[in-house]
Design a protein around this ligand. Structure first.
Ligand SMILES: [Zn+2]
Ligand SMILES: [Zn+2]
Length: 392
């Protein structure tokens, strides 16, 4: 059976679903319309459906004609607080909310794969689980963890798990795959510098937290250049600074917010420790104190199982016309990483960058636009992985 030929036949349906989802974007933890939409579509395909799995999560189960492995395929469902500026006819109907990361296409591609698999149920070995996950963009607790806690990876227990993300930094129609660490652990932190306020004309009677915030921001970059092994990728960014009310008042406090990105647990632990040390040390030397707090539930590093991923690369190359490229790691975070802690699998990418069609703006941009021609390829790839890994 040629899955890609089958996928071409259902392309209009994939695109129709994608556009409907695109017009109704919902923010993290608010995906009720979206989850009802996918649940209804799965029902229509004869897939067993469970809703309300860890919030707005939906789990579909499709049993093949013979016993085999259990393969889970995941799509995320949430959109972003972005006012859409793209020129498509099916623009977001929700003010200030947009599917700017392409999660609408992930759902449409997975529904397409469900259709392909349901249509070929007689030839399907094993069981396929469809995981529609809320709140991927949240960045802290997220949506994968509550689904796992609600039993999404159990009964039947998942043997392999796969997820697909589209990307406008990769060429249209090209798959990007990487063994091992593919996305970073995004740890966010908050710093509260406690000084002693007073008059702007008499700094010697105060401990100035604004001045200290400047020192802290500069010193934190020294972690990157002086304290972390240069062959290990590391990013530190302070993205928010809040302090003060007026030019002649030295305030009591300054607040900073930042993020660190790492690709391995050793560097991650070391960097977190160093952030605390540097902030405390700098503040102490000027007579202030400081509190540093890291978000507790941050996403772990997304690590693709090497053996599974080598097979994925081989299989994707079998799809007619598909190009497969070994990609570099991305310093963004993904809570697909949580599913990879439960079962071996692969998180891979599909490019949608197409100059001629104006699909050039990066994911999360208000002008983000997807080359819809690649969606059938995504559906075919997900169905292929379910078919092949089910037989193992
Ligand atoms: Zn995103
Ligand atoms: Zn995303």
């Amino acid at each position: 059976m040629d899955l890609f030929e089958e996928a071409k036949l259902i392309e209009p349906e994939i695109i129709k679903n994608r556009r409907a989802l695109h017009q109704h974007p919902e923010l993290s933890y608010e995906e009720s319309w979206t989850s009802a939409f996918v649940a209804e579509k799965l029902h229509g395909l004869g897939v067993e459906v469970k809703t309300g799995v860890g919030g707005n999560g939906v789990v579909g189960v499709l049993k093949g004609s013979r016993k085999g492995k259990v393969v889970a395929l995941r799509a995320d469902m949430d959109a972003l607080p972005v006012q859409e500026l793209s020129d498509v006819s099916f623009r977001s109907k929700i003010e200030g909310v947009m599917h700017a990361c392409g999660h609408d296409t992930h759902m449409a591609m997975l529904l397409g794969a469900a259709r392909l698999l349901a249509d070929s149920r007689d030839e399907l070995v094993g069981t396929v689980k469809f995981l529609f996950q809320p709140a991927e963009e949240h960045g802290g607790r997220g949506g994968a963890l509550p689904m796992i806690e609600a039993g999404a990876m159990k009964d039947p227990d998942v043997d392999y798990v796969f997820g697909l993300h589209i990307s406008n930094s990769q060429k249209s129609g090209e798959f990007g795959v990487k063994e091992g660490a593919v996305m970073a652990a995004p740890d966010t932190f908050k710093v509260r510098i406690v000084g002693r306020g007073g008059h702007g004309s008499a700094p010697h009677e105060t401990v100035d937290p604004v001045y200290l915030a400047a020192h802290v921001i500069l010193a934190l970059q020294g972690i990157s250049s002086r304290m972390i092994d240069p062959v290990r990728p590391f990013v530190i960014t302070v993205g928010a600074v809040h302090s003060g009310t007026k030019e002649n008042i030295i305030p009591d406090f300054a607040h900073l917010e930042g993020t660190i990105r790492t690709l391995d647990e050793t560097t991650r632990r070391r960097a977190k420790k160093k952030v605390k040390q540097v902030v405390a040390g700098v503040c102490k030397s000027f007579g202030a104190s400081a509190e540093v707090e890291f978000e507790e539930d941050a996403y772990p590093v997304t690590v693709n199982d090497p053996r599974t991923t080598q097979s994925v690369i081989r299989l994707l190359k079998q799809i007619p016309g598909a190009k497969v490229r070994k990609m570099d790691a991305i310093m963004g975070g993904e809570d697909f990483s949580r599913f990879l802690h439960e079962a071996p699998g692969t998180f891979y990418f599909l490019g949608t960058k197409n100059q001629a069609k104006g699909c050039v703006h990066p994911n999360h941009s208000a002008s983000f636009k997807v080359d819809e021609e690649v969606l059938k390829l995504g559906s075919a790839s997900l169905a292929l992985l379910a078919f092949e890994f089910g037989k193992r």
